[in-house]
Design a protein around this ligand. Sequence first.
Ligand SMILES: C[S@@+](CC[C@H](N)C(=O)[O-])C[C@H]1O[C@@H](n2cnc3c(N)ncnc32)[C@H](O)[C@@H]1O
Length: 417
Amino acid sequence: MNKWKPNRTEFYESAVSMGFYGREDSGLTGKKDNVRKFWEDVFMKLVTRPFIENRPYDDKKLRILDLGSGSGEGFELLTHIPPSNPSKGITKDFVLKNSDIELYRGIDISPAMISQGKANYSDYGNVSFEYGNLEDGLPREVTKDKPYDLYFSTYGSLSHLHPDSMERLMEQIFKHSNNGSVVLFDTHGKYSPAWPKYWGEEKILLPYTMAYLVPGEKRQQEDIEWFDLCYWDPEDLKKLLNKAAQQAGVNINILYMLDRSIFISRHMDTGLLSTKPMQLRYQVSRLLDHGYRGEVAHLKVDLEHLDAYKGINPKVWNRLTDYSHKWNKIIYLLEALMNSEDKKVKDFIENTNIELMGDDLKFITWLYRNADRFPVVDFWASLIGPQVAVILRNIEMSYSEGVGCGHGLICALEVIK
Ligand SMILES: C[S@@+](CC[C@H](N)C(=O)[O-])C[C@H]1O[C@@H](n2cnc3c(N)ncnc32)[C@H](O)[C@@H]1O
């Protein structure tokens, strides 16, 4: 059995030294691939936006605490959220500007992350990065300081914590916060199809690796570093939050829990925690890229290898099968459109009663039929591919109850005092 080694930072030290935490362009692979930028970040932005757009006092500057902030990805994300109604103010690109922020304070255990964050935002007087080990709770300087409007944490930083430490941290946050403060974070979901072997696990902390940052051909088993994380079941997380609130003597309103990155988890592609790698994330990154077409043969979701696990959590299984059916329907249509010279496939498109098709299918068909109206170089790469990816993302976002089947389990709550 792997021994739980708390507070290890070396994975992040090497990730930073390899340049993965600098500001870089997106692409087909790597930390900031197209899926991170146009699917995962967009998901996070859309679920955060209501709290920023609907804040009670528009002129009050926000105080933000980012827990496990890395090198400031949270700041970048929060200051690049598009408005929900762009036509209302065409000159307003984002709902939160740097000048709307009184303080963005990033806390992280990794010295390399802190240095990189400081370097990334050296010109910003209202942005700070400080050392803190969240296993020990909030740093003293934070607890002595004023409350925050938003306690924020993204991309699994809080999964590093043992549940006991997570409970203490949440209790502290609830005590420290104001009435109306929002806590928005994500953890790793327990029932991702990328790690079925964990679905029935009783152990609290289980191995994880960031080996996906290394290109597949260079990824050797013996070089892979593993560390332990907590993978959360939404019900357990709710219990923990309610207990922490009770201990803090406050009420909380859990606004939502949502599953993010269900089939486009990085580990769907590596297959390191499953028996079957599927390059779905890579393929969706291709779809999102205006220079590449999707390769439909690799875009279909096949859950057959998970058959043995389906009895473990029927709610999860129903969600996965429902999403996979919807996903595959879109991919079948894409395939049909791409092969439209084939008489049989053409018949399928031409003879399908468009009125009876779902809106998304209708829209893709319309786009295909109107292809020649668009002045782009490669219609498939620039128009159809990105739209198909957005539809796949929107299906994921349409589920309003998280069951823990995403790589990420997002939770937002409001503190009531
Ligand atoms: C996957 S990264 C996420 C970074 C950033 N939030 C983002 O959105 O990209 C996880 C971060 O959590 C930090 N971390 C891990 N354990 C921690 C702990 N006990 N206390 C504080 N930070 C921790 C790591 O150093 C790392 O920067």
